[in-house]
Each structure stands twice: as C-alpha cells, then as structure tokens.
Write a protein that binds this ligand. Sequence first.
Ligand code: GDP
Length: 336
Amino acid sequence: MSEPQGAAVDVGRFADGVVAGDRAAVARAITLVESTRADHQQAADELVSRLLPRTGHAHRIGITGVPGAGKSTFVEALGTRLTAQGRRVAVLAVDPSSVRSGGSILGDKTRMARLSTDPAAYVRPSPSAGSLGGVTRSTRQAIVIVEAAGYDVVVVETVGVGQSEVAVAEMVDTFLLLMLTRTGDSLQGIKRGVLELADVIAVNKADGKHVADAQRAAQELASAIHLLAPKSLHWRVPVLTCSARDGMGIDEVWARVQGHRACIEAKGELEAMRLRQETQWMWSLVHDRVLRRLRESPAVREHARRLEGELRARGMTASRAAAELLARLGWWDGEG
Ligand code: GDP
C-alpha cells in the first residue's frame, strides 16, 4: 500500500498542540505552512481545515506605514498594554523586502523585545522565502493557527511600500495606517491607494517639538480623506495623533480600532467582508495554481516561446498571442 503524501507529518498531533495553546506547536505549525514542499502544503491545508472551526473570534488588525514610521514601537506598546489587560496577542508580518532580499526587516526580533518574551504574546517574523503570493498564503494560514491557539488579537504588520498592503487589507478586519509628520508636505509621498485602505489613521511621533506638526498633519489628512470614496458606509475614518515611544494616544487609537470592528459587526459588514475576502482568496488561489500548472506544462512553454518570438518580431499582438495560447488549450472560443 502506498503511503499518502504528507504522511510524514502527523497533522492530528500538530492540531492538538496548537489547540492546547502550546507555543512550540504553534511555531512548528507555522513553519509547516511556510514550507514550499508539496507534501507539506498538503499537510498544511489539512491542518488549517481542522483548525478552521475554532477560528473567527479574534480581532484581525493590519498595520502599515513606511519604514521608520514606528510600527514595531507601536505594536510593542499596544501589545504589552493588551496582554496586561489579559488579552492574548499574536503578531505576524508580511514583509516584501524579505522576499526580495532573503533577510527580513520586520523579522528582527530585537524590534519587539518585550512583546517577544511576553508569555501572552506570540511574535513571528515574516517568512523570508518565496514570492509575495507565497508569503500571503502562509500568513493567511498562520492567522488560522494563532486564532485556534487562542490568541484573540492578531496583528499583521507590513511595510507601506508595494503591493503587500492590499494583500494584508484583504485578510484583516481593521486596517491601521501609521503616518509620519513631514512639515509642509505631509500629504506628499503617501499613495492614495494606501489611504483608501485605511480604517483608522494615526500620525505617530507626536512628541517633543513635533506635537503641533503632528496635529496639523492630522487635520490635513482628515480633510484629504473626505475626498476619497468611503470604504464603509457607516464608518468615518478617524485621524489621530500618538507617540508610540511615550505611550501617548495609544489607548485612543486602540479604542477607535475596536470601535471600527464593533461598528462593521453591528451593521453586518464584518460577516459580508470576511466572506468576500474568502471568495477573493479562493479565486486568487485558483489563479495562482492554474497559472503555475500552465507555465510548467512543456507544451505550453514551447508554444509560448514561439509566440514570444513573434511578439518580439512585431508579427503578433499580445491579445492575439494570448487568444492563440488559450485556444490551443481549448480554453478560449473567441468570446470575451
Ligand atoms: P518601523 O520601521 O515602522 O517598525 O519603525 P520603528 O518602530 O522601528 O521605529 C523607527 C524609529 O523611530 C526608532 O528609532 C524608534 O525609536 C523611533 N520611534 C518610534 N515611535 C516613535 C515615537 O512615537 N516618537 C519618536 N520620537 N520616535 C519614535
């Protein structure tokens, strides 16, 4: 009798350890979901399916901001407050720079020294291998694992550059944008797309001689976001100031983050949003897998190479080439 793939991983034992809240088991389970080995991914899928019924109760919070905005200082300050109140906090990271460079900025353990050693917290650096798509997949699965382990606040941190904010916004309930004051030009350099994703905005480093600047920046931002299409019909995005270093304004930011979740839950938007996220996720998995299979197929590769040659020689348009490739697979009938 042939062994089923993934038999080397005892999924039941993994699941029991996670549900018991055993930190080492949580770490091992996340390592499993981060693995790119086909048998590990299969085992990871099975593990996640088993744990899924135990999830859904945590508040999932995304946090973004440019490097140096104070994300880890903020998460450390917020996380230690929450654990002191009896909450259990997990911090995950999606760091596209780690994907490119193989070294994680967000993963630097010393950045959250107190939270990392807090027994009521679990801090996990971003995986530093694979594509952004791969990191997104494993982070989604890691959310399931930490929720099943009983963490009731899940923070997903990401750098405010590139595509990773969109990926994170699609896996959380509330998205917090940390901003910096730059006198006079606080609105420059912020991508409109990132502002549109935010549910709560906080201008950090409102301390010392920067308090007035931060307040001015917050006011400017508050008027700027009125011009954007609202993400929710029922929630007005607040713009606050805080100092993660001094612990000022953190409680207020947290109150608004909780307020956002309570608001969308009461209006039925939370459930609808999570369903939408799951559906989007399903399609993005289908997209990735189909594309991978296609690209790996020798017949497609050969045909594509020929078409690429014709594109280069300008004997073919991209849309004709795409149609021809799909028609060859029997996937395109000339419609659409
Ligand atoms: P991240 O890259 O967004 O995670 O930013 P860090 O949390 O690593 O912070 C970058 C730098 O800004 C560090 O030197 C922090 O000590 C400092 N910093 C973070 N928050 C504050 C704050 O509220 N006020 C001031 N003055 N400095 C801060």
